[in-house]
Design a protein around this ligand. Structure first.
Ligand code: CUA
Length: 331
């Protein structure tokens, strides 16, 4: 009903129903207690008003009453907390099989790139029925990626990665907003997310899309011939990373200045400081722009910092390339 009245955005993701249920229960609880207390205040004001000679019974301490008005709010508050925590965890942790898409925010547009290489601006095409994970960063100031119909919102920060995931449930076109004031044209930093049936999405991805939804796109999406990891490989070689880092088992025998990069993704490495870190996108990014910060054990501090020398997109591409380096593929 609220949706019909235009008070709520439509529900188009797997999490939307649960987020709305929690929200509506919070509103209902607040309304119930607000009306109850407001009603009692009014009722008592009338009942015990001056001139009518009725006296209230004074209560001097009551264990039952105190237990009740402590116990009931406690149970309600803990219920809200547990329910909220459950939904929060579901939103915060992307499933392992999620499709990866990279997002770079800048004043004032969203740049998106699919693993297969296809790029988009202010428009994101995703398949329905599959979790999608966005790895996001900003080139300048803080932005926020917000899709009301999916009930997800995540700040996009310069200098580090944040992630967001969702699973679209219904094909359609949904609003995408920047939800963090980021300058003059913040209000125009908008776009849309187009959810498509998986086979339509595959067609779109390969550039042959002529379905009704894709046909309405404004043509801002460029068709790239190379995948993210191919682009990353090119950037990797252009930047000279290959001089020190081996990318296959063969190279690892001769090139030993930097750690070999085969099969690194999702592993853990030991640092000079003795700390073990998980090799995720955030760690790889830090190692590229500020390598001295987290030097891998057993290697000399000789790698130059690439902060400012690579664009955020190049860094993401190089990371996609490093993550694509599987040990079995190197033979
Ligand atoms: Cu970007 Cu507001």
């Amino acid at each position: 009903m609220l949706r019909k009245l235009g008070l709520m955005p439509e529900q188009a993701s797997s999490i939307a129903g649960e987020v709305d249920a929690l929200y509506l229960v919070l509103v209902a609880l607040t309304a119930f207690f607000g009306l109850l207390i407001g009603g009692l205040v009014l009722g008592f004001a009338v009942r015990y008003r001056r001139g009518r000679n009725r006296k209230a019974t004074q209560i001097e301490g009551s264990l039952v009453l105190e237990l009740l008005w402590t116990g009931i709010p406690f149970v309600i508050a803990m219920g809200i907390f547990l329910w909220g925590a459950k939904i929060y965890l579901a939103i915060a942790r992307p499933p392992d099989d999620a499709l990866e898409i990279f997002v770079v925010g800048k004043q004032w547009m969203w740049k998106l790139q699919h693993m297969e290489g296809r790029r988009e601006i202010n428009e994101l095409h995703v398949p329905t029925g599959q979790p999608v994970k966005l790895t996001m960063t900003s080139e300048d100031v803080i932005h926020s990626f917000y899709v009301p119909a999916f009930r997800v919102k995540q700040d996009v920060l310069p200098g580090r990665y944040t992630t967001l995931w969702f699973e679209a449930t219904r094909p359609g076109s949904y609003h995408l907003f920047c939800a963090e004031y980021c300058g003059t044209e913040h209000s125009r930093m908008i776009g849309r997310v187009v959810a498509m049936e998986p086979h339509d999405y595959q067609e779109w991805l390969t550039g042959a899309a002529t379905t009704t939804i894709a046909a309405t796109t404004n043509g801002s999406a460029g068709i790239a011939s190379s995948s993210m990891s191919d682009l990353g490989k090119a950037a990797f070689e252009r930047t000279g990373c290959a001089a020190c880092h081996a990318v296959d088992a063969e190279g690892a025998k001769t090139r030993m200045i930097g750690p070999p990069l085969v099969g690194l993704a999702d592993e853990r490495v030991k640092l000079q400081s003795g700390v073990e870190v998980a090799v995720d996108e955030a760690y790889l990014r830090r190692s590229i722009i500020e390598p001295m910060g987290e030097l891998v054990e057993g290697y000399q501090p000789v790698m130059p910092a690439y902060a400012g020398r690579l664009s955020e997109e190049e860094i993401l591409q190089i990371i996609a390339y490093i993550e694509s380096l599987e040990p079995e593929a190197s033979r």
